[in-house]
Design a protein around this ligand. Structure first.
Ligand SMILES: [Zn+2]
Length: 139
């Protein structure tokens, strides 16, 4: 069943908007250029990162883990792993957006002259949050 507020778990990404998508989401935690949001209806968590230019293109990615997991991974390296994962997820998921939201992704790609998570070449290994959490918990 899909949440009638944030549309999780069917939806896993929100594309860039001038304002945050018109959904009722509350702040759960704040990190280094990254925010964790919570849907008050279904309790699902969303990770928000603002991208250039002017940090004005915010993308949300569904966080399928706990708030504590998010804080733990954030604090590993002052959010660089979270940022890397977020960029990879945007790249993987943006094509699943509805047409009008895909258009705002395209205009972001144009505005940013390639400096966006979709067009920057990503040679790094895919970040697997699930195994990362397990590894930290068992170490
Ligand atoms: Zn929801």
């Amino acid at each position: 069943m899909e949440c009638n507020n944030c549309e999780a778990p069917k939806r896993k990404i929100y594309g860039p908007h001038k304002k945050r998508p018109n959904k009722d989401l509350e702040e759960a935690d704040i990190g280094n250029w990254v925010m964790l949001l919570r849907c008050p209806k279904c309790e699902k968590l969303w990770v928000s990162v603002p991208y250039e230019p002017y940090a004005s293109f915010e993308y949300l990615i569904l966080w399928d883990f706990t708030k504590e997991d998010w804080r733990m991974i954030h604090d590993l390296d002052n959010a660089s792993t979270i940022h890397e994962w977020h960029g990879q997820s945007v790249k993987d998921l943006w094509s699943t957006l509805p047409d009008n939201e895909r258009e705002s992704v395209l205009s972001h790609r144009k505005r940013s002259y390639g400096r966006n998570p979709i067009d920057i070449p990503q040679n790094n290994e895919k970040i697997d949050i699930n195994s990362l959490i397990k590894k930290i918990n068992y170490d």
